[in-house]
Ligand binder design. Structure first.
Ligand code: PMP
Length: 288
């Protein structure tokens, strides 16, 4: 496998990072996960825009411009003959000292990995996920704002540990006010009486690109979509619930905290949206 690192493509065995890199020492950096479908990089511009916004928010200067990054992502996909898969684009703060001071890190590192993707097992797409809400509160927006897609995912990892300990593959995190924020690695939507609802980004959710695309596809299909403050009650009493994410795409949730959602099977509107999303994703994107 060829990896893009320090401005060029190198063999995986040569793709090394310093033990003094602040990405490793402190989770100091930002990243994106990007899908490639049928030789097209899906939502590439949007991912690169979000990466730059995340970097701006943590005062990290990316040592390449947007056009150079687009080209580097495309070159990495081509070098690995990736027609369908997943790209991990990472910018670390770079090598520094053992202290926290990020200004001592003079050379932020851009890393691009183009690989296969591990999806949820097919059965979960057909029958839906059973999930729980967890006690780990989503990061306070004035601590690490969840809108920053940073390398510091410990908040989400702690939530995932709770999910796995409860026998589930995903979970829902609440914010510091007890409102629904998002899943540990996905956004959440509910459907009630034919209308879609999703927590506002001010509730402690990443502004997911799948979320944004689902909002526009749902609206073009005639559904109203409302960005709201949501309580667990709204989850339990929804007709349908689904999660969205680059890797997961759209996946139905059929049980939350042992309450069946709707009929306890994937809902009709969710299925319609999933099919519309996969049609859109398979025929749009930056051509390789
Ligand atoms: N929330 C979190 C915490 C995430 O890590 C992700 C991405 N895996 C998402 C939401 C979904 O975002 P996107 O649709 O842009 O992949």
């Amino acid at each position: 496998m060829k990896i893009f690192m320090t401005g060029k493509l190198v063999e995986e065995s040569e793709a090394m990072i310093s033990v003094f890199d602040h990405g490793l020492l402190y989770g100091d950096g930002v990243f994106e996960g990007i899908r490639v479908y049928n030789n097209r990089v899906f939502l590439l511009k949007e991912h690169i825009d979000r990466l730059f916004n995340s970097a701006k928010a943590i005062a990290l200067e990316i040592p390449m411009n947007k056009e150079e990054l687009v080209r580097a992502v495309a070159d990495t996909c081509k070098a690995n003959e990736l027609e369908n898969g997943y790209v991990r684009l990472i910018v670390t703060r770079g090598k520094g000292s053992l202290g926290l001071n990020p200004y001592l890190c003079k050379n932020p590192e851009v890393i691009i990995i183009a690989a296969e993707i591990q999806l949820y097992p097919k059965d979960f797409y057909e029958n839906g996920l059973k999930i729980v809400t967890v006690g780990t509160v989503r990061n306070h927006p004035e601590a690490i704002n969840p809108r920053i897609k940073s390398l510091n995912y410990l908040n989400n990892v702690l939530a995932k540990i709770e999910a796995i300990n409860a026998g589930c593959m995903e979970c829902i995190m609440l914010n510091h006010k007890g409102e629904v924020a998002e899943a540990s690695g996905d956004n959440i939507f509910t459907i009630k009486d034919g209308k879609l609802y999703t927590p506002s980004i001010y509730s402690g959710a990443l502004e997911g690109l799948t979320r944004n695309k689902v909002i526009s596809l749902a609206e073009s299909l005639g559904y109203s979509v409302n960005e709201v403050s949501m309580q667990r009650y709204d989850l339990y009493t929804a007709d349908e619930v689904f999660l969205t994410g680059t890797a997961a795409e759209i996946i139905s949730v059929v049980e939350i905290d042992k309450r069946a959602i709707g009929l306890g099977t994937p809902g009709e509107i969710t299925k319609k949206l999933a099919s519309s999303y996969s049609k859109y994703a398979s025929s749009n994107g930056y051509s390789l």
